[in-house]
Design a protein around this ligand. Structure first.
Ligand code: AMP
Ligand code: ZN
Ligand code: FE
Ligand code: FE
Length: 285
């Protein structure tokens, strides 16, 4: 059984429409696909309506969060939520707040680029986002279009990096509040790419322990941003803490090089992760 629990569509910063993604999932040999757009459930209905018979669809989302330590030092992180109630008022309001924050922060990054003479307009970004939750990959594509950089990867390596002088953070959710909200909404919470060092600073093991205590059910172990030694470490942590270790592609269509199903979750892990009662069920049959 091939199971990919982390993918993006045009509802956020992926390039495949939800209806195309479910078709591609079958072509890629997947039996189970989760759609996890950033801070939105906007792709759920279209994906469910277009789901080919035989593909199990797990509706989810990837929440923009931050861990803030006692000194006020902030590390951004991503939380996957699955099978939560999309109408849970608290979680719905938090998604809306995060999407509004993405707009303001995207605009601020664009303003910083413009102030330095880099050709880019906010209108282009909005157009390329096409109504989806706005993110840096949209700005990156405008920079490619405008020939500022040769590729989205080059944009992320330089001007759009979290270490760049143009970078502006989002108003992320506190990670512990987010875990609590996902659970309250009847969902399952998984820490996405905990050791994706390329993207910026990562949290220590102590934070993962605290997240587990707060109601986390799993951590992504197999992810393209994890070094082999980090995967070994995370698999051990998962075992020690009673968390489920998952694997997933974090597919973004042509915005990233990674293929659908490039990393997958084992069947036993999948069954364990979703053995708890949830507000929704995977869409199957
Ligand atoms: P944002 O959510 O606006 O902060 O943008 C971060 C998103 O960009 C994440 O979903 C990443 O998966 C994606 N991303 C990070 N690095 C790259 C890259 N090199 N190429 C394309 N997308 C990337
Ligand atoms: Zn993304
Ligand atoms: Fe992520
Ligand atoms: Fe992602």
């Amino acid at each position: 059984m091939a199971i990919d629990l982390h993918t993006h569509t045009t509802a956020s910063d992926g390039t495949d429409r939800p209806s195309d993604l479910v078709t591609k999932a079958v072509a890629a040999g997947l039996d189970v696909l989760a759609i996890t757009d950033h801070d939105t459930t906007g792709g759920w209905d279209e994906a469910i309506a277009a789901r080919p018979v035989g593909l199990t669809l797990v509706p989810g989302a990837e929440f923009s969060c931050a861990f803030v330590d006692a000194d006020g030092h902030r590390i951004s992180l991503h939380l996957l939520g699955y099978l939560f109630d999309p109408d849970h008022e608290g979680l719905r309001a938090e998604r809306a707040r995060l999407r509004v924050s993405r707009l303001g922060r995207g605009r601020a990054i664009v303003d910083n680029l413009i102030a330095d003479g880099i050709p880019v307009t906010w209108n282009q970004v909005v157009e390329i986002a096409g109504g989806g939750a706005v993110g840096r990959p949209h700005i990156a594509r405008v920079l490619v279009e405008n020939r500022v950089v040769a590729s989205v990867d080059e944009a992320f390596a330089n001007v759009l990096s979290s270490r760049s002088k143009y970078y502006v953070p989002k108003a992320d959710s506190d990670i512990f509040d987010a875990i609590r909200l996902v659970r309250e909404a009847g969902g399952v919470a998984v820490f996405a790419h905990p050791l994706a060092r390329r993207r910026g600073e990562v949290v220590g093991d102590n934070v993962i322990v605290a997240m587990a205590r707060a109601g986390l059910s799993g951590i992504e172990v197999d992810h393209h941003d994890h070094e082999p030694r980090d995967r070994v470490h995370l698999a051990r942590m998962a075992a020690d803490l009673g968390l489920v270790g998952t694997g997933s592609s974090d597919y973004h269509g042509t915005n990233k090089r990674i293929a659908l199903g490039a990393y997958t979750t084992g069947r036993a892990a999948y069954e364990q992760l979703f053995s708890q009662p949830t507000a929704r069920e995977p869409v199957t049959g």
